[in-house]
Every structure is written in C-alpha cells, then in structure tokens.
Design a protein around this ligand. Structure first.
Ligand code: SAM
Length: 282
C-alpha cells in the first residue's frame, strides 16, 4: 500500500464499495482540469453529487469557500465533514440523490441567479437516471459538469448520422447544450474502472428556445423512434403518430430515427401533441 493509500484508509477507513459505483479520483491533474472547467464564481451555488472522499470537494472548497454535497454512503459522512473543515464550509446532505429536490436547493430571489450548478464524478450505474432527474429540475439548474463513462458522454453529445446517436442524445440535446470536454483514463481513479471516462458540460436551454409543447409526448415519440431504430419512421412510430403527421412535419416517413435532428423531433412531437390531432393517435 502506498503512503497516500494508507493515509486515505486511515481517514476514511473503509474500502471502496462497488455497489455504490465508488471509484475515487486521485490524479491531481484531472481534478485541476475539472475545477478549471467548472470555474466557480462568487455567489455560485455549487451542489456536488457523490463527494466520496472529497477529491473534488476539497479543491472546490479551497477555491470557492462553500458548497453543498449529497452523499449516500453513511460511512463517508463523518470523515468527509471532519476533513472538509480545513477547506471551507461544506453542507453535507445524507441522501440518495434520486430523492433530492434540486429546485428546493436553488434560491428564489428574482434579483440573484439562484440556480444551482451541479457537479460530480457520478456513480456510473446511476448516471442516466441522475441525468434525467436533473432534467426534471432544469429550470433550477444553471449548468452541470459531470464525469461519466466515456461511452455515455459520446452518446450524449452525438449528432444525426453517428452510430451512437440515439434517445439519450435527443432527449438531452433538446433541453441542454451538451459539450464533451475531455477524456480521463482508468488510472486516474482508485480502484480503476474497466472503462474510459470523460467530463461533459450540460447547460439547460432557456424555455423559449426549447419549443416542446408536451414533454411527455416528446419523450414518447423519441422512445418509439429509437426503440426500433432500423425501422422506417412510418413503422416505428405507428403507435405514437400517424404517417400524415410525419409528412406534415416535413419529414419523409421512409427515413429512420437516426437521420432526424432534434428540431425534427420537436416539430413531429408538437404535431402529434396538438389537440386537433389527439384522436388520431392511440
Ligand atoms: N467524488 C468522488 C471522487 O471523485 O473521488 C467520488 C466519486 S464515486 C465515482 C461516486 C460517489 O457517489 C461515491 O462517493 C458514492 O458513494 C456516491 N453515490 C453512489 N450512489 C449515490 C446516490 N444514489 N446518491 C448519492 N451519492 C451516491
């Protein structure tokens, strides 16, 4: 065991828990790049998901002075709170992040931008649910910087025509600007994950720019289109919109989901959601 490992174990006691997706960052260069990308500014309300042993938490506290962190692993709480004192003011919430109301963490003063800035090296087994949970609170979120499996970041940022363009790409890009920032190799973590990782930035779009009339209908259309991605739209979308609606949206029903861009999906879902069309779909 290296000296660094030994001191970590002395502080935090327990070995990493696989079930909680614990891969602790230890490469200082990666942490520095992440903090640089987040670029905390005075007044920002930073909320970290899964602070773990503080790899990102402490440098952020050194730079910013205060932040809120949500950690599910009870064993980490005490040592994390104790070690944080030397760095700044850490508000630690013991919870499953999926039960956290992000909107309640944002401020409600109309004069300051009380929206939160979400950051975290996420547990990879929960990354999609966490992303969709954050989207549910998009109005309360200014931006997000997450470390994820690289393969997931590739799918999030992909465009039409790419092999990995799919439901995740369209659902996220409809609501956010998605930017893949940099790749991180397994050796940057203890224990190392089996896959490469990457950091991604998501910035929620202003509501007037999104243009989706009925979010549930939009999600249904995207799910159906990519549920059978090799099929033509006419066949894949049979249960959620008619061929006439596909044509009315200016889209050839013989095309496939992977050929449509986000604006195509928004137009199509809005037509399928229009009240005068409600009876023509199941
Ligand atoms: N931020 C630390 C780092 O970079 O070294 C730890 C990252 S580790 C990949 C993921 C962290 O998320 C762990 O601390 C884990 O305990 C925590 N976690 C896992 N599931 C969680 C959940 N449902 N809610 C909140 N935290 C969770």
């Amino acid at each position: 065991m290296s000296r660094e490992d030994a001191s970590h174990r002395a502080t935090f006691g327990k070995p990493a828990k696989k079930s909680l997706g614990q891969h602790f960052l230890h490469e200082r260069g990666v942490v520095d790049k992440l903090v640089l990308a987040i670029d905390p500014r005075p007044g920002d309300r930073i909320v970290e998901i899964g602070p773990g042993q503080g790899a990102l938490t402490f440098p952020l506290l050194d730079r910013h002075g205060a932040l809120t962190a949500i950690e599910f692993d009870r064993d980490l709480l005490e040592p994390l709170a104790a070690a944080a004192k030397a760095h700044g003011e850490l508000t630690l919430i013991h919870a499953d992040v999926m039960n956290i109301d992000f909107s309640a963490l944002a401020g409600d003063s109309p004069t300051d931008d009380g929206r939160i800035r979400l950051v975290g090296n996420l547990p990879y087994n929960l990354s999609s649910p966490i992303l969709f949970h954050a989207l549910d609170h998009a109005a309360a979120v200014r931006d997000m910087h997450f470390m994820l499996q690289k393969e997931v970041v590739d799918r999030m940022a992909a465009g039409p025509g790419s092999k990995v363009y799919g439901r995740l790409s369209v659902m996220l890009q409809a609501y956010c600007t998605v930017t893949a920032l940099f790749k991180v190799l397994p050796g940057a973590f203890r224990p190392p994950p089996k896959v490469d990782s990457a950091v991604v930035r998501l910035v929620p779009r202003p509501p007037e720019e999104i243009g989706i009339d009925d979010p549930r209908r939009f999600a249904d259309v995207v799910r159906a289109a990519f549920g059978q991605r090799r099929k033509t739209l006419r066949n894949a979308l049979g249960n959620v919109c008619t061929t006439e609606q596909i044509v009315a949206a200016g889209i050839d029903p013989q095309r496939r989901a992977e050929q449509l861009d986000v604006a195509d999906f928004v137009r199509l879902a809005n037509l399928a959601a229009a009240p005068e069309n409600a009876e023509s779909v199941a």
